[in-house]
Design a protein around this ligand. Structure first.
Ligand code: SF4
Length: 179
């Protein structure tokens, strides 16, 4: 059976590399299974209106579920902590359509995401991309700073939804590229 053409989030890719390194004999089957899940989820999202609203809700619920299932991994992200808002954020075309034309935040650093404000708050929080929704630190927020031991709560399910959403768009852009 040929593999469907799908877009895989970078975190899910990292997770797959971990599976390959730990269980090389199971990796091939697991990869095929993951690609099919993304493809089936993309079809489900398309059948239910194309996806972004639904996929965001499902991503948020998946992250909450992961936290409930992993009580030893408390999410330490707090309002006003924006260490992860200094990275390049990948977005889909649908997310770009929503964010294009939104006013920039007023964070003084040129390295900050254009939507971050000077109080370290996201000015488009309700519409923040899936990449931002899946970024949840489980260590002291200081560890998200450059050189820290960054570690996130990983939800396989959330990344299936996020990858499916990107697959529907068949395109990956970056916030920094928005007009
Ligand atoms: S969109 Fe919001 S949450 Fe995402 S990186 Fe930019 S400021 Fe941070």
């Amino acid at each position: 059976m040929s593999e469907p053409q799908v877009i895989v989030t970078s975190s899910l890719n990292k997770f797959l590399r971990g599976v390959r390194d730990k269980n090389p004999e199971q990796f091939s089957a697991f990869r095929v299974q993951t690609f099919h899940k993304i493809n089936e989820t993309a079809k489900f999202l398309k059948a239910n209106g194309g996806g972004l609203d639904l996929s965001r809700k499902l991503i948020d619920l998946s992250m909450q579920k992961e936290q409930l299932l992993s009580p030893d991994k408390k999410v330490s992200c707090k309002s006003g902590c924006a260490a992860c808002c200094f990275q390049s954020v990948a977005i889909s075309q649908a997310e770009a359509n929503i964010l294009t034309g939104r006013p920039n935040g007023d964070h003084p650093s040129e390295k900050a995401c254009r939507f971050l404000n000077k109080d370290n708050l996201c000015s488009v929080y309700e519409d923040r991309p899936s990449s931002c929704r899946t970024a949840n630190s489980i260590l002291d927020p200081k560890q998200c700073e450059p050189g820290g031991t960054k570690q996130e709560l990983f939800s396989y399910e959330a990344h299936i939804y996020s990858s499916a959403e990107s697959t529907i768009e068949n395109k990956i852009l970056y916030i920094k590229d928005l007009d």
